[in-house]
Design a protein around this ligand. Structure first.
Ligand code: GUN
Length: 282
């Protein structure tokens, strides 16, 4: 049996339409949500991401404010811009595209963004609130994974979710979000012994490793749900995930493709977080 292909693009379109409707039907006399996007330097991948974020703002009816700064921008200049945006009423969300040039301390920058405007969910306050199970802005990629599972009606309570990857942006927050959904969670990483055996126990696999075709069909339990967070560029220029999609789809009950799976959901959750920040500011 071939797996159901979870269409992240379609789910995103539905959710973005809902967000756009909420903006269109906002209380009379109120302003639109505003997202400030900062990019430092000219990393080509970052430029594409920032452009996609701008496009999503247009679709949702948000005001977007772009700050494209040269690669030699000093840490002080960047921190001073963030301070200004923290105090700008029209700006509900602030996002500083990562990675930053090496002379800038990323942690300092993340710490400088006001937690109420931290729609990326990277600040220590939001991270701590996520850990404590309190309301917070959750990082957009793992939040998008949970949203997709919910949209598809996939049961998470009591299920064994195995996450492969322990990054601050995906693996660790994904574990906390799946715990919140009452899953039993295992995190595997590069030092895990018998990783294939661990993954094979999973009802839900979240692959966030950053290696093309790392998850092979022999690691997958028949009927598992497989969520592929990977975005890897092959030598021929094609983009592929962390999962051997063609073979794994013959064994899984449901699977996300790359592209068109988790990717579009990340920006959709950024829009949702910004809408939420705006609602709090109304
Ligand atoms: N770089 C790669 N992914 C992200 C993200 O989700 N947010 C930001 N700010 N930078 C990134």
């Amino acid at each position: 049996m071939s797996a159901k292909i979870i269409d992240g693009k379609k789910i995103s379109e539905i959710l973005r339409t809902e967000t756009a409707e909420a903006v269109k039907n906002r209380p009379e006399g109120t302003r639109k949500p505003g997202l400030a996007v900062i990019i430092v330097g000219d990393d080509p991948a970052s430029k594409i991401y920032v452009n996609n974020k701008k496009k999503a703002c247009e679709i949702c009816g948000f005001n977007s404010y772009e700050y494209a700064m040269p690669a030699d921008t000093s840490e002080k200049e960047l921190l001073s811009l963030i301070d200004r945006l923290n105090n700008t009423t029209e700006v509900d969300g602030i996002l500083c595209q990562l990675p930053l040039p090496s002379h800038i301390d990323e942690n300092k920058v993340i710490d400088a963004i006001s937690p109420e405007k931290d729609v990326d969910g990277f600040s220590p306050v939001n991270t701590g609130n996520l850990l404590a199970g309190k309301p917070c802005f959750a990082p957009c990629t793992p939040a998008g994974v949970v949203e997709m599972l919910k949209f598809e009606g996939i049961e998470t309570a009591g299920k064994h979710c195995v996450i492969v990857g322990r990054s601050n942006i995906v693996g660790k927050p994904a574990a906390l979000l799946m715990l919140r959904e009452n899953a039993t969670v295992t995190i595997c990483h590069s030092r895990t012994e018998n990783l294939p055996e661990q993954v094979k126990k999973a009802d839900i696999v979240i692959a966030a490793i950053g290696k093309a075709n790392f998850i092979t069909e022999d690691m997958i339990k028949e009927g598992a749900v497989v969520i592929d967070v990977g975005i890897n560029r092959l030598p021929d220029g094609k983009v592929t995930g962390d999962v051997d999609f063609e073979k794994v789809k013959e064994k899984a009950a449901a699977i996300t493709p790359v592209p068109g799976g988790v990717g579009p959901m990340t920006i959709t959750m950024l829009m949702k977080n910004t809408l939420e920040a705006w609602k709090r500011n109304l």
